[in-house]
Design a protein around this ligand. Structure first.
Ligand SMILES: Cc1ncc(COP(=O)(O)O)c(C=O)c1O
Length: 405
């Protein structure tokens, strides 16, 4: 049985903030005791730099760090040597864009993105396009909040060298049919990069079944600490990829003028890594695997359906995103013409924490005809009563702002 009320007890933040209705997990999730303990224990018992010494303490630190890599690999259905530790999804996407893009893209080549991308999956490609002369195209979003698949078919061509898309939108909650789209891209000879920042925490991911070449995630959105994320790369692609950052730990041999590089994943982990954070991410992957990602997804689905039903009954509330099996636990909304910052401040007075702004998705908000929105997002510890508190607070806010709507 998946019981969010019981799960909640694993998260000290809720005992310390008993009235908090935390609906901002899409920005960053809370952390279970097991993640906090894994990091504390590492610092108290095992800390030394990794990979560089022959003494027992350093070997224990190295083992714990590499063990965490194995856990992330298992979480994604990947092999351990295909997992590169990075700080977050942003760094993972920059790594893929710069290391692959700068070495493979030429003037006139096309980079295919989508209109629902987070800025983390737009700006790195813009930087690379500016330096290579490649051209950016983007798959539009339909009125329902899904990718326009007809437009995808016509935008994808032999000129497309790379297709980079989010598996789940951080604003619409839409889960994209990545496997199908990546297969089509592969047929045209393009690689696919998947931004899994929102999907990996919420649904089962087997990277090889996605037909993709890279997969990016952020640990802090999946119960892990800030400062640790991962980039999965298909082995054949990673092997040919030149490094992104240079320095210690990523080399084979260094001369004054040139160097040779270590094999992946070390080639992409220059300098001292975020060791405790990687260990925390490993503990988070363990916690989620124990819950079962099918169960996590089912819980999200039930809660978002409940939330959409309840929120639809709030007058003047504009809801974004599709309804259906392809909708995850993210609900963006606006209340009439009220600025979402004012709305969120009013909700906060009732103890309800939601995010507001453009959620780093300005092109998508332009498509939605909104400059910003408020966003509630759910996770393993979110309950129906959290949704009820949100709805109640929204109704009170509506009464309070009646003259301004
Ligand atoms: C879809 C998506 N991609 C990428 C990111 C970037 O994540 P981070 O800030 O952890 O690098 C986010 C963060 O909100 C996101 O929602």
């Amino acid at each position: 049985m998946f019981e969010p009320e019981t799960i909640k007890r694993d998260f000290p933040i809720f005992a310390n903030n008993p009235d908090l209705v935390f609906l901002d997990s899409a920005a960053s999730s809370q952390k279970p005791r097991s993640v906090i303990d894994a990091m504390t224990l590492y610092y108290e018992r095992d800390h030394a730099n990794v990979h560089r010494a022959a003494y027992a303490l350093s070997m224990r630190a190295t083992d714990a760090y590499e063990d965490a890599r194995g856990k992330v690999a298992r979480f994604l259905g990947a092999d351990t040597d295909e997992i590169v530790f990075v700080r977050n999804a942003t760094e993972a996407l920059n790594l893929a864009a710069h290391a692959w893009g700068l070495n493979n893209l030429h003037a006139g080549d096309e980079i295919l993105l989508t209109e629902m991308e987070h800025h983390a999956n737009l700006v790195p490609w813009q930087l690379v396009a500016a330096r290579t002369g490649a051209v950016i195209k983007a798959v539009p979003v339909t009125r329902e909040g899904r990718l326009d698949l007809d437009a995808f078919d016509s935008l994808l061509s032999e000129r497309t060298r790379i297709f980079s898309l989010t598996q789940m939108s951080n604003v619409l909650g839409t889960v994209n049919p990545v496997a199908e789209l990546a297969a089509a891209a592969r047929e045209k000879g393009a690689l696919t990069v998947v931004d899994g920042a929102q999907a990996a925490p919420h649904l089962p991911v087997r990277v090889h079944e996605l037909n993709a070449d890279f997969y990016a995630l952020s640990g802090h959105k999946m119960l892990g600490p800030t400062g640790a994320g991962a980039l999965w790369g298909r082995r054949e692609v990673l092997k040919k990829l030149p490094p992104f950052l240079g320095g210690g730990s990523m080399i084979e041999e260094v001369q004054l003028e040139r160097s040779t590089y270590a094999p992946p994943p070390q080639r992409f982990e220059a300098g001292t890594p975020a060791i405790a954070e990687a260990i925390g991410l490993g503990a988070a992957a363990d916690y989620l695997m124990e819950l079962g990602m099918e169960n996590v997804w089912m819980h999200d689905r039930q809660l978002v359906e409940y939330a959409l039903d309840e929120l639809s009954a709030v007058p003047d509330l504009i809801l974004y995103g599709p309804r259906g099996e392809d909708r995850g636990g993210v609900v963006a909304f606006n209340l009439g013409s009220l600025h979402p910052h004012d709305l969120a401040t009013a909700l906060d007075e009732h103890g309800v924490a939601v995010r507001t702004g453009h959620h780093c998705a300005q092109p998508l908000h332009r498509r939605l005809n909104a400059t910003a929105s408020a966003r509630a997002s759910f996770y393993v510890y979110s309950t129906k009563s959290d949704v009820d508190r949100l709805v109640e607070a929204l109704k009170k806010a509506r009464e309070f702002f009646a003259g301004w709507l």
